[in-house]
Write a protein that binds this ligand. Structure first.
Ligand SMILES: Cc1ncc(COP(=O)(O)O)c(C=O)c1O
Length: 391
């Protein structure tokens, strides 16, 4: 191959303990994970509500396949848009109290697609939280908008940036729940700044939807943010809702604009209608089964209470908890030790997090039980304790 940078770049990744590889799993999402015939308790998946193996969602998928076939067959503007897609869009708009909704096949393409569709000129200013997901960063910086990043949740800096901006159209971009730290966005203050500076607000709630809010509507509902025409909400289906895809909500005019001008939407095969049918079932379960959210909160409190004081964790307000290990090497070592004891966790390393802030990312789910949590905390205390002593 002529791309001579590939070999040295891979070698460098290895040398820096940053090399990434996939594990072929026999079973991945859900409480139990199976790898090479061995079973592990899974603390790595984003199946927060424990819906991954739910029989109603599986039956809905099968029913959808019977009715519509395996895939959508084309992009939405050709013949890929079905009654199932429409029903799902209406359900989401109603659930999130938004005027309109549009489906995307992945959250990544929703974020990058919307930001490239809105960022058409240097008259647009994007203001992103420093910890924004890669899809938001790519969408913003690959667009024609002037993009700036403010320190995580730092409203003072955001205010200064908005005050000094000469852009006609301003969009603040933040997340509901930050996926690597598990803390929530300071949405109330950020929304006040949006209103003060006549800016629009884009909230990626991939990790908040399902888990936060009275009926799982996400962080905006949990923080009582009043809905306005300046607000765009993005949710994903591949985490708490246990299917696949994403939705963007906003004003009717904005959604109409995306249908006409968002290249990721127009030039991509629509999600399988069966996936939309399954997601409808999943959202209805999420709305009604409050016990799942209550259980996650209880398990999270239990987990934190079992950890030794010496264990450094992220400032989490969700069921995502980062166990800070410092170096990449430590994170990989602790991951392996915990795996040997039957717990599957993922070491998170740069560039996903800052250098020196590597961690084990623990995600708790409604499918876990007290025993799982206590045993995990005991093992973390032992493994991390030893690792810190040996430093
Ligand atoms: C905050 C955030 N936004 C967007 C995405 C992308 O969503 P999807 O996995 O549906 O592409 C992710 C997934 O990791 C995410 O964590």
């Amino acid at each position: 191959m002529s791309f001579s940078f590939i070999k040295p770049q891979l070698a460098k990744q290895q040398e820096l303990n940053l090399y990434r590889s996939r594990k072929e799993l026999d079973k991945g999402a859900g409480r139990l994970l199976v790898h090479q015939g061995k079973q592990y308790i899974n603390f790595s998946s984003n199946d927060y509500l424990g819906l991954n193996q739910h029989c109603d969602i599986k039956s809905a998928f099968k029913k959808g396949i019977e009715q519509y076939g395996c895939g959508s067959g084309s992009s939405s503007l050709v013949t890929g848009y079905s009654k199932a897609h429409q029903e799902l869009e209406e359900l989401i708009a109603d659930w999130l109290e938004a005027p309109k909704c549009l489906l995307f096949s992945t959250g990544f393409s929703a974020n990058s697609g919307v930001l490239s569709a809105l960022g058409q000129s240097t008259n647009t200013g994007y203001f992103l939280d420093k910890l924004s997901h890669a899809s938001l960063i790519d969408g913003a910086f690959n667009s024609k908008a002037k993009s700036k990043r403010f320190k995580h949740n730092n409203c003072e800096q955001l205010n200064d940036m908005l005050s000094s901006s000469d852009c006609n159209d301003k969009l603040i971009i933040a997340e509901g729940v930050y996926s690597m730290d598990g803390d929530t966005g300071n949405l109330s203050s950020i929304n006040n700044l949006a209103l003060k500076h006549q800016a629009n607000l884009y909230i990626d709630d991939a990790h908040g939807v399902g888990v936060l809010g009275k009926e799982g509507q996400g962080t905006l509902e949990q923080q009582n943010i009043e809905k306005g025409s300046h607000l765009i909400q993005m949710i994903t289906f591949g985490k708490a809702l246990a299917t696949q895809g994403a939705a963007v909500t906003g004003s009717a005019e904005f959604i109409d604009y995306l249908v006409n001008r968002c290249r990721d939407y127009i030039y991509s095969t629509a999600m399988p209608p069966a996936n939309a049918v399954a997601t409808i079932t999943s959202i209805k379960l999420c709305q009604s089964e409050h016990w799942r959210r209550e259980k996650i909160s209880k398990l999270t409190c239990l987990f934190k209470s079992q950890l030794d004081n010496s264990i450094e964790i992220t400032d989490s307000q969700s069921s995502i908890i980062g166990i800070l290990t410092g170096s990449e090497e430590n994170a990989l070592y602790c991951q392996l030790q915990l795996k040997n004891k039957g717990f599957w966790l993922t070491a998170i390393r740069p560039p996903t997090v800052e250098i020196g802030k590597s961690r084990l990312r623990v995600t708790l789910s409604a499918s876990h039980n007290d025993k799982d949590i206590i045993e995990l905390a005991d093992c973390i205390n032992e493994v991390i304790g030893k690792c810190l002593q040996n430093k």
